[in-house]
Design a protein. Structure first.
Length: 116
């Protein structure tokens, strides 16, 4: 089992920055990919960014140039750095990880609200 705890969300004005953190615990040695998803009201949950054990990252086109993902192996924490936030970024953000063998785990979600 892997446990995920997200933090860092909140309500900010457009143009602001936030960094979300996802603290991982449990069987973290078995993970090969970590990422962030988001779900806005009335919309599907979409991938925002992912990072693999190799260090390779990907960021969705909708946030490219504004968001980035990083990982602190020693702290077992994955970060989503969000700059120049827009009202369209308002959503519940979820941390998600993939385990060898096919399991995946999700955090409880954290609200990010951006007002203009």
């Amino acid at each position: 089992q892997v446990q995920l705890v997200e933090s860092g969300g909140g309500t900010v004005q457009a143009g602001s920055s936030l960094t979300l953190s996802c603290a991982m615990s449990g069987r973290t040695f078995s993970l090969y990919a970590m990422g962030w998803w988001r779900q806005a009201p009335g919309k599907e949950r979409d991938t925002v960014a992912r990072i693999w054990l190799s260090g390779q990252t990907m960021v969705a086109d909708s946030v490219k140039g504004r968001f980035s993902i990083s990982r602190d192996t020693a702290k077992e924490t994955v970060y989503l750095h969000m700059n120049n936030l827009e009202p369209e970024d308002t959503a519940v953000y979820y941390c998600q990880v993939n385990e060898y063998g096919g399991n995946e785990y999700w955090g409880q979600g954290i609200q990010v609200t951006v007002f203009s």
